[in-house]
Design a protein around this ligand. Structure first.
Ligand code: HEM
Length: 154
């Protein structure tokens, strides 16, 4: 009888410990999972940040390249080339170092065909000292010029 009682008691005492062990094991499993998830999240954030940083740098470089190339794109026009455009069908004129193609403007020029006098040459003096003692063109006439700019005189 005594032996039977002993056998029944032992498993009853050990069972709670086993459950605790199991719980501890589960907790350890859970915490290691949490650490993994946390590490993955941190890694993702770092990757995203590095990616964004690289993207910004690439954009800056592209902008710089654009800046340089637009500077290089200035159209240099020789006096010889300018001289080839001296008629009302193709009228280029140079004013203060810049070259303007005013062909399309001739028909609306308030001074009429007087503008043709400047075609194919450096017309700086003509523009700022109009024939007939009319003096310089107005500031608004000077602003008009910019839309006809095609390059710089070499
Ligand atoms: C370089 C050759 C040019 C000559 C000899 C010339 C001559 C003249 C003259 C004589 C007038 C006075 C018209 C009048 O009041 O009876 C005039 C007016 C005017 N011209 Fe020209 N012109 C020239 C080029 C240009 C260019 C390149 C522009 C603009 C793209 C321009 C825009 C004007 C304007 C807006 C007026 C009205 C008055 C003013 O705002 O100054 N001209 N021009």
């Amino acid at each position: 009888m005594t032996k039977i009682i002993k056998k029944n008691i032992v498993p009853k005492v050990e069972q709670p410990f086993q459950e605790e062990k199991q719980q501890i094991a589960n907790l350890q499993k859970d915490s290691s999972m949490s650490i993994k998830v946390f590490s993955i999240a941190i890694l993702s954030v770092v990757i995203i940040l590095v990616g964004a940083l690289l993207l910004t740098k690439t954009n800056q470089n592209t902008e710089n390249t654009k800046g340089i190339s637009s500077e290089k794109q200035i159209n240099k026009i020789t006096k010889e080339e300018l001289a080839k455009h001296s008629t009302k069908d193709t009228c280029w004129l140079a004013i203060s170092g810049k070259v303007y193609d005013v062909t399309k403007y001739i028909s609306s020029h308030p001074g009429g065909e007087a503008i043709l006098e400047g075609c194919g040459k450096d017309a700086t003096d003509l523009f700022f000292n109009r024939p007939g003692g009319k003096g310089s063109h107005s500031p608004s006439a000077q602003r008009l010029l910019s839309q006809y700019e095609i390059g710089e005189l070499e």
